[in-house]
Write a protein that binds this ligand. Structure first.
Ligand code: ADP
Length: 412
């Protein structure tokens, strides 16, 4: 105060801490205050005006935010996962410690360089597209991509980000994590390699066995040794199953390596359906396969692959309806699409599994389902074949209430 008197210069202090005694005891205050000189006409200071503003509420609110931010950073920095946030427009604005120690970038470098530099060059384009899409639509971001480590090693990460919304539902920010899944990926690769090698190695001996069984069946079909004929036909059926399993496994590896190709031609869908239905009907005496269709239509597709789709869906319809005896197959033209449906009256599929059953190795879990043999790859292949034809495949079903599988193909 004396200095203000002597110099005539205003003195200000912001958020000065003050303890004031009151009836409730000592209370803490934060004050902004100002000593401003009052001048006489000769320029000398005649007095001082003191203004005090109580800013306690504002300061305490800010301290609370700072404290929770500090806790968040402490928590985020102690996690092995990479954690990051972005604003509502998708601009990344925070990375936890593990991002810096993994990538070797300093906070300054990350601020000036685009974060996308951490991502492997081959994954960048799709990364950017997907991120843009999430930010524009508000849908969660989920992506597997490689991050370059400071020593040059690229490791697979699974990144997820979710939008944080305010009470009105507006996106305020995004919070994302990236988890190192490199080991899991490597094990998956080893498993895929093993499946590919094993199915390749199994194919030749099984095909040879199949050929010889056919030869023996032809030779002894009207022979006088019923035990031999019966045994051969049992072996033949089992070999058929084994061949289908091996072909399916080989198809899965073809899908995985992107070498699944289509050989398309024009053909009549009903004609093919009737042919396949007749083949499958010959293998079952528990179910009647009923084909209900009026008009035939031409499709331009891979005939063998569409046969495979029909075989998979029909054998499933029979397999998963052990206590009923009918399967209904229909084809129809809807706009410029041909729709094929396979309807059974069996154990049905709970709603939550309707999408998942088309995933690789997925099987519905439950007491009823356990009793059916299978590997959970048939529908995965079905989906891949139909998608490659620019068609769709879906199911309508309820648990214990049968299932209808549909697939669509563009009409020729
Ligand atoms: P798999 O039959 O070898 O297990 P799929 O990929 O063909 O493999 O089918 C995946 C899962 O979908 C099956 O395990 C079964 O739980 C369910 N599913 C498929 N078709 C039907 C159906 N028609 N009725 C009930 N469940 C089915």
């Amino acid at each position: 105060m004396a200095r203000v008197f002597n110099t005539g210069i205003t003195h200000r202090e912001k958020e000065a801490l003050a303890y004031v005694e009151s009836n409730d005891g000592i209370k803490r205050f934060f004050l902004d205050f100002e000593y401003s000189p009052l001048f006489q006409h000769d320029g000398t200071v005649s007095g001082i005006m003191i203004s005090v503003y109580d800013v306690t509420e504002k300061v305490e609110a800010r301290m609370k935010i700072e404290e929770s931010e500090r806790k968040f950073r402490l928590l985020a920095d102690s996690m092995p996962q990479h954690i990051w946030t972005s604003d509502a427009e998708g601009n990344l604005n925070y990375f936890n410690k593990s991002v810096y120690s993994y990538s070797g970038f300093t906070p300054d470098e990350l601020e000036t360089k685009d974060w996308i530099h951490i991502v492997h060059p081959e994954d960048r384009e799709e990364n950017t597209e997907r991120w843009k899409h999430s930010v524009q639509t508000g849908t969660p971001f989920l992506f597997e991509h490689r991050f370059r480590r400071h020593d040059g090693e690229d490791r697979w990460q699974l990144s997820r980000a979710l939008p944080v919304r305010d009470d009105a539902g507006n996106i305020q920010m995004w919070v994302g994590t990236s988890t190192d899944i490199d080991e899991i990926k490597k094990h998956e690769q080893q498993k895929d390699d093993f499946i590919r090698m094993a199915s390749h190695e199994l194919k030749t001996p099984v095909t040879t066995i199949k050929g010889y069984i056919q030869l023996l069946l032809n030779k002894h079909s009207n022979g006088n040794d019923p035990l031999l004929t019966h045994s051969l036909s049992v072996i033949d059926k089992q070999i058929f199953k084994l061949t289908k399993l091996i072909t399916d496994l080989l198809d899965v590896t073809k899908i995985e390596t992107g070498s699944f190709e289509l050989i398309k031609e024009n053909f009549l869908i009903n004609e093919l359906a009737e042919e396949i239905i007749a083949d499958i009907q010959a293998t079952t005496d528990t179910h009647k396969l009923v084909f209900e269709s009026k008009k035939d239509n031409i499709v331009y597709a891979d005939k063998d692959r569409i046969s495979q789709v029909l075989i998979n869906l029909l054998t499933n319809a029979i397999k998963y309806s052990p206590f009923t005896n009918e399967v209904i197959i229909k084809t129809s033209l809807s706009g410029d699409e041909i729709i094929v449906s396979i309807h059974d009256f069996g154990i049905g599929i709970p709603f939550q599994d309707h999408e998942k059953i088309f995933e690789r190795f997925y099987r519905v879990e439950g007491r009823d389902e356990k009793t059916f043999p299978g590997f959970g790859i048939g529908l995965f292949i079905v989906k891949e074949i139909i998608t490659l034809h620019n068609g769709k495949v879906w199911v309508e079903s309820e648990k214990n209430n049968g299932a209808t599988f549909y697939f669509s193909l563009p009409a020729s």
